[in-house]
Design a protein around this ligand. Structure first.
Ligand code: SAH
Length: 217
């Protein structure tokens, strides 16, 4: 191996080690995160930091989430191979790519068309054919594909949005950061039962806010 290849292998080992040490223990999630190269989703200046456990800036003023948070959220979602999943907040596409390894079908929406276009190109290049990325205000979910087995929101809402709750199947699970945009938010897991919704508070997190309407780019 060249020094560069050694270096990348070493960084990837540390990446997986950091995930485990921060509580990502689910084998399927770890395997998916080992397979999907975060480096493919980080451009330019910050590409060299793709394997560090930190959020990084992407275009449209957005961020690709911290890998350990991606892992913990994915784990909390308890995805099964039969599931149809909706992700709100495509961003770089990294989280959707991880979900694509665990679920039957992934729909991901973002309010910025430019992010959806870039992410779709990466999905195609990586041959991730079970993901569909669309430009939409995800606060309203994706009525034409509802209901969903799992919904993952990767932007912070003040409350779990009503249309998303309505688009969850009975027995379905939604993971969503809830709280005011600048304050610390809580990651919430909502499980829909025959009679209503059960809420679990999982951990403090920090996400960009879920905004209304479409972005200008
Ligand atoms: N999951 C992403 C990171 C998400 S950052 C990744 O893996 O890289 C949060 C994203 O939510 C941003 O891209 C932002 O544009 C998007 N967003 C915010 N409000 C939204 C809304 N109402 N509908 C859809 N996307 C939204």
């Amino acid at each position: 191996m060249t020094d560069d290849a050694d270096d990348i292998a070493e960084r990837k080992m540390q990446f997986l080690f950091a995930l485990r040490s921060r509580g990502v223990t689910d084998k399927r999630v770890l395997t998916a995160m080992e397979k999907i190269d975060r480096g493919a989703f980080v451009r330019g200046h910050f590409a060299t930091r793709a394997y560090e456990d930190m959020p990084l800036p992407i275009t449209c003023g957005q961020t690709i989430s911290q890998p350990s948070v991606v892992g913990l959220m994915t784990q909390a979602l308890r995805v099964t191979p039969r599931d149809k999943v909706l992700e709100v907040g495509t961003g770089s596409g990294y989280q959707a790519a991880i979900l694509s390894q665990l679920a039957r079908r992934v729909y991901t929406v973002d309010r910025h068309k430019a992010l959806v276009t870039d992410a779709s190109a990466i999905f195609q290049a990586l041959d991730l054919t079970n993901i569909t990325a669309l430009t939409a205000d995800g606060s309203f979910g994706l009525p034409e594909q509802a209901p969903f087995d799992r919904i993952l929101v990767t932007a912070a809402a003040e409350d779990p949005p009503g249309p998303l709750l309505a688009q969850l199947k009975i027995g379905g699970i939604m993971v969503v950061p809830v709280g005011q945009s600048d304050a610390v938010q809580s990651l919430i897991r909502v499980t829909r039962s025959e009679t209503g919704f059960d809420y679990d508070e999982l951990r403090p997190v920090r996400f960009v806010p879920l905004l209304e309407g479409l972005g200008r780019d």
